[in-house]
Structures are given as structure tokens and as C-alpha cells.
Design a binder for this molecule. Structure first.
Ligand code: ADP
Length: 576
């Protein structure tokens, strides 16, 4: 539940706005009486200055109250939207990765942008409108009861029937609106997917097919949108029919009673005037209710998104650095670890055990789908093992606080995504407080110092979207430098599959070897040169650790490694 607290935080503002709205209603309701006084003064030949002054003051007060009411409601609404959006984005970023990856980005967009806005309307203006209109309705009904309760019962009988119909319609609107929000989201998600793959769409000559599919989804949204409109459109007529019916009944019965003398003509006239007065707030009330119901569909969707499973923080911070005592703890230990993805039939890792010393370089090789990336996922605790224990720097990942655990790990992904901003922004992303000296050290360790010095504005050079201006190898070394700034105990490096030119490849290899002197580098190797340069190689196949050793040992003793070396890993120097 995130909506209720967000509204609760605005209750004072909403409360004041509603009180102002009610005062405005009182000012409106007083106007006929004062106009009556003015007419009486004119008829009696008295001075009209006092009543006119009073009426003018009332008009101004009415306008001011209405403006202030709308303004405060507007502020409360924006505050609620801000509250909902910050809570939702916070929870999205702290969500467990598997849950996060199941989300459709288009749907998330829709829920955080459009649905929060709809929720704002429902929670502020619609509620305020229902309350002020409800207040006027009650006021009118009270006066009418005082005038003649039997006529009131007759009038309410007709109006009540119409209101019951309106309530059923409101319920229908909520269901239809929920469907409409879902349809709109489907269209948004599909659009986002197509936009992200526009080159593939064009290359596959699928523009027409995709356009038709999107048109179909847009059509579904139109269809459910029309259903919402149809149900909403029936509100007014339902109330109108009720009003006309009650008017007919009141006039017929009222006139009959004036004939018998049990009701005065003056009372009947006043009663009928109030009946007219009652209609507008009643309509407003039900319109507000309709809008509120539409908003509730949106609120449910925001609520659902905010309910995304959160990453457990993993126990209190211990402040330990994972065993820096006498003998440094092994960098990474897997003890009989098994893991299966929820949807997969076979385990991605099956009884894997190994230990990596505090320093050195280990390469992981294996055919595609062997479980290499899954290994990294478990070390970072993006996912948790089904069985067994994973230790990083001596501490069990299951119980280490997440921030502490991830602070000990440097992750360099295959496509080394860069963030917006300058080289410096990118470098210090995980450690914004890094000193100039630390930055220089990290750049030197990643063999990037000269490259950065040659950039037009050095560290302050802007990198375009996706890091334009740096080669693939340089981008990955920049990501390594970023990871090194945190002085990790283990550096996870998913080597880029794309070919690097031989200079870049050598620079990367030298970088990795030099870093291996200070922490342990665990790298997914796609190139022979990387495997050969490692102190040890782990060979994974179908989730099992089938062999480990040096290049020479494995070439001699492991047929799978030999096959990989022959077929899959590009030979040294093949890159151009
Ligand atoms: P590698 O990195 O060696 O290519 P992965 O660790 O990515 O292998 O995958 C290991 C196995 O787990 C493969 O069979 C793959 O299909 C499966 N797998 C990977 N990611 C997912 C996922 N998100 N959901 C379901 N199965 C997955």
C-alpha cells in the first residue's frame, strides 16, 4: 500500500481545500436569499446600497474561495503524484532482479506516468467534488425535509432509483477503465519494443506487419475506451430521468395537496425551487464518483507495480571487510552450489564447487548456455542459489548486507554500458567522492591514462549517448577503471565478444594481469588469449564444473576445452 500513505501526507492540505470548497458552497447558497433581500428593498423603496454591497462581497468571496480551493487541491494532487512516483521508482530500483526483468518497460512507463496522473485526479478533485456536492445535496434535502417531508420522500424515491442506476454504472466504469488502462499499456509496451528494434524491423521488411499489430492494439484501447465513455455518458441521462420523474410526482401530488389545503402554495413553490437546486450537485456528485472509479483502476495499477518483490538487504552492516586479518580470505568460494531459473527445466548450475585465491586471474570458459553468466549473477547476489553457499572475501553472500557485498565486487559487463555525462562522471559513478589521486591510479591501472589525456577536455570530456568517442576496448577499460575505484576484492569481467584490434586486446590483457596482483579477476573468456593469460581456467559445461587447470593441462587432458580452443575461441592475433 503506497497510495494511502501518500494521501495521508496531504490530508491537511486536502482538508483545508475541502473546507474552503464548503464555504464557497455556503456563499453560493446564500446568493438567492440576498438577491431576494435586494428585490424586497427595491419594492419597499429602501436604500439598495447595503444589499448590493453584501452581494458584491459575497461574489468576490465566492470567487476567491473557489480559486483557492482549486489551487490547494492542485498542489495536493501534484504532491501525491510526486510521492507516488518517487516511491515507485525507488522500489523499482531496489527490486529483485528476476522480478524486475519480468516487467515490460512500456507498462512501467504507463503506470508511473499516466496512471499516477489519473490517480491524482481521482484522489483530489473527484473526492473534493464529491464532498462539496454531497454537502450541498444534504443541505438541500434538509431544507426540503423541513418544508414537507412527505413530498421529499416521494422526490427521493424517484431520485434514489436514478442514483442506484448511477451507482451500478460507476461500478461498470471501474471495470471498463481497468481494461482500458491495461489495453493502453499493451499498446505502449509494443510500441516501445518496436522503437527499440527499428533497424531489425526494417531489415526484416516487417514495417507493415508491425504497423498493423500496433494498430490492432491501439484499436483494442479505443474499444475499451469507448466502453468507459458509454457507461460514463449514461450518468447524466439517468439522473435527468430521475429528476424529471420526481418533478412530475412532486408537482402532481403537491398541487393536489394545495387543493385540499394541506400544503401552502408558497411551500410548494419553495420545495420545487430546491428540487431544481438539488439536481446540479447530485449530477456533480455522480460525475465525481465516475471519475473516482476510473482513477481507482489506475491506483490499483500503481499499487501493483509498487508491490514488486524487493531485494532483501541481507542483515545488519558488520563493517568488516571480509577477513582482512592474517591470511587474506579466498576471493570467491562456491560450495556445492546449484541454481535453476524459474522457467527452466535443467539447472543452470549443478553442484559447482571451487575456491579462488585472494589474487590472480581465473578464466571461465564453456559453450554458450554453460552457466558462465549465472556464476556472476550468484556472486553479485542478483539471484540466490537454490542449494550451497557462495562466499565473497570470506563472507556468505546470503547474509552479507547487499551494499557491503557489492562494494567488494567490481562488475564489468560485456557491452560495458556507459552513463550519460563526462569521463569523470562515468568513472566515479559508484564512488562520487573519489579523490583525484584515486582516479589517476584507477586510470593508470586500466591503461587509460594516456587515452584520457589525449581527449579534448581530458576527464571532463562529454561522452555522447552510449559513450561515443571511445572504442569498444577503451569503453571496457573505462568500465574496469570504474570498478577498480572501489578497490574490489574480486573483479568480475565479462569479456566483450566483439573483436578488439590487437593493440586494444594487448592493453586489456596487460590491464587484467596487472589488476590480478591486487585482487582476484574472474573473467568470462571469449578469446583464447585471455584464457591463456589466466593463472587458471574453469571449464563449465551444462551447469557443471567439468575441469580446471592451466591452458597446457586442459589442452592435454580435457576434450571439451580442446574443442572450444579449436573451434570457439579465436586464435591469438586473429583479430584485426
Ligand atoms: P552462459 O553465460 O554460459 O552462456 P548462462 O549462465 O547465461 O550461460 O545460462 C545458463 C542456462 O540458464 C542456459 O541454459 C540459459 O538458457 C538459462 N538461462 C539464462 N538466463 C535465464 C533466464 N533469465 N531465465 C531462464 N533461463 C535462463
Amino acid at each position: 500500500m503506497i497510495v494511502a500513505p501518500a494521501v495521508r501526507r496531504q490530508r491537511t492540505l486536502i482538508g483545508v481545500a475541502i473546507v474552503l470548497g464548503l464555504l464557497g458552497t455556503v456563499a453560493t447558497l446564500l446568493q438567492p436569499i440576498l438577491i431576494g433581500n435586494l428585490i424586497a428593498a427595491v419594492v419597499a423603496g429602501e436604500s439598495v446600497v447595503p444589499p448590493i454591497t453584501l452581494i458584491a462581497l459575497l461574489f468576490v468571496a465566492d470567487a476567491l474561495l473557489a480559486a483557492l480551493h482549486l489551487y490547494l487541491i492542485g498542489i495536493a494532487g501534484e504532491n501525491i503524484v510526486l510521492d507516488l512516483r518517487t516511491t515507485v521508482t525507488g522500489r523499482l530500483l531496489h527490486a529483485r532482479l528476476p522480478a524486475f526483468q519480468r516487467l515490460e518497460h512500456g507498462d512501467v512507463f504507463n503506470r508511473t506516468l499516466a496512471d499516477t496522473s489519473l490517480a491524482r485526479l481521482a484522489l483530489t478533485s473527484s473526492v473534493a467534488q464529491m464532498i462539496t456536492a454531497g454537502f450541498t445535496t444534504v443541505g438541500c434535502v434538509a431544507v426540503m425535509a423541513w418544508l414537507d417531508w412527505r413530498l421529499l420522500l416521494a422526490a427521493l424515491g424517484c431520485l434514489g432509483g436514478a442514483s442506484a442506476v448511477a451507482l451500478v454504472l460507476a461500478k461498470g466504469v471501474r471495470v471498463a477503465a481497468a481494461q482500458n488502462r491495461a489495453d493502453t499499456s499493451d499498446y505502449g509496451s509494443a510500441l516501445l519494443r518496436v522503437l527499440g528494434a527499428v533497424t531489425t524491423v526494417k531489415a526484416s521488411r516487417a514495417e507493415r506487419r508491425e504497423a498493423e499489430r500496433l494498430a490492432r492494439l491501439a484499436g483494442a484501447a479505443r474499444h475499451s475506451g469507448i466502453r468507459v465513455t458509454r457507461l460514463s455518458a449514461m450518468f447524466m441521462p439517468a439522473i435527468n430521468v430521475g429528476t424529471q420523474l420526481s418533478l412530475a410526482v412532486v408537482i402532481a401530488w403537491g398541487v393536489a395537496r394545495t387543493a385540499t389545503g394541506s400544503l401552502s402554495v408558497a411551500d410548494l413553490t419553495a420545495f420545487i425551487m430546491y428540487l431544481f437546486y438539488l439536481v446540479s450537485p447530485l449530477v456533480l456528485f455522480f460525475l465525481g464518483l465516475g471519475e473516482f472509479q476510473q482513477g481507482r483502476a489506475a491506483i490499483d495499477r500503481v499499487q501493483e507495480l509498487a508491490g514488486i518483490e524487493q531485494e532483501p538487504a541481507g542483515g545488519p552492516t558488520t563493517g568488516s571487510n571480509g577477513g582482512a586479518s592474517a591470511a587474506p580470505a579466498p576471493a570467491v568460494v562456491f560450495e556445492d552450489v546449484s541454481f535453476s531459473y524459474a522457467e527452466a527445466a535443467a539447472p543452470a548450475l549443478d553442484g559447482v564447487s571451487f575456491a579462488l585465491p585472494a589474487t590472480g586471474v581465473t578464466a571461465v570458459v564453456g559453450p554458450s548456455g554453460a552457466g558462465k553468466s549465472t556464476l556472476f549473477q550468484l556472486i553479485e547476489r542478483f539471484r540466490s542459489p537454490d542449494r550451497g553457499t557462495v562466499r565473497v572475501a570470506g563472507a556468505d553472500t546470503a547474509t552479507t548486507p547487499l551494499a557491503e557485498l557489492r562494494g567488494r565486487i567490481g562488475l564489468v559487463e560485456q557491452d560495458a554500458p556507459l552513463m550519460r555525462g563526462t569521463v569523470r562522471d562515468n568513472l566515479t559513478y559508484a564512488h562520487p567522492d573519489a579523490t583525484a589521486e584515486e582516479i589517476t591510479d584507477a586510470l593508470r591501472a586500466a591503461h587509460l591514462a594516456e587515452v584520457v589525456a589525449a581527449l579534448p577536455a581530458g576527464l571532463d570530456t562529454e561522452l555522447g549517448e552510449g559513450g561515443i568517442g571511445l572504442s569498444g576496448g577503451q569503453k571496457q577499460r573505462l568500465a574496469i577503471a570504474r570498478a577498480l575505484l572501489g578497490r574490489p576484492r574480486v573483479l568480475l569481467l565479462d569479456e566483450a565478444t566483439s573483436h578488439l584490434d590487437s593493440d586494444s586486446e594487448r592493453a586489456l590483457r596487460e590491464t587484467v594481469t596487472a589488476i590480478g596482483a591486487h585482487c582476484h579477476v574472474l573473467t568470462i573468456a571469449h578469446r583464447m588469449s585471455t584464457a591463456m593469460g589466466a593463472d587458471e581456467i574453469l571449464v563449465l559445461e551444462a551447469g557443471r564444473l567439468r575441469a580446471r587447470g592451466t591452458h597446457a593441462e586442459l589442452m592435454a587432458g580435457d576434450p571439451v576445452y580442446r574443442r572450444l580452443a579449436d573451434q570457439q575461441l579465436a586464435p591469438v592475433g586473429a583479430a584485426s
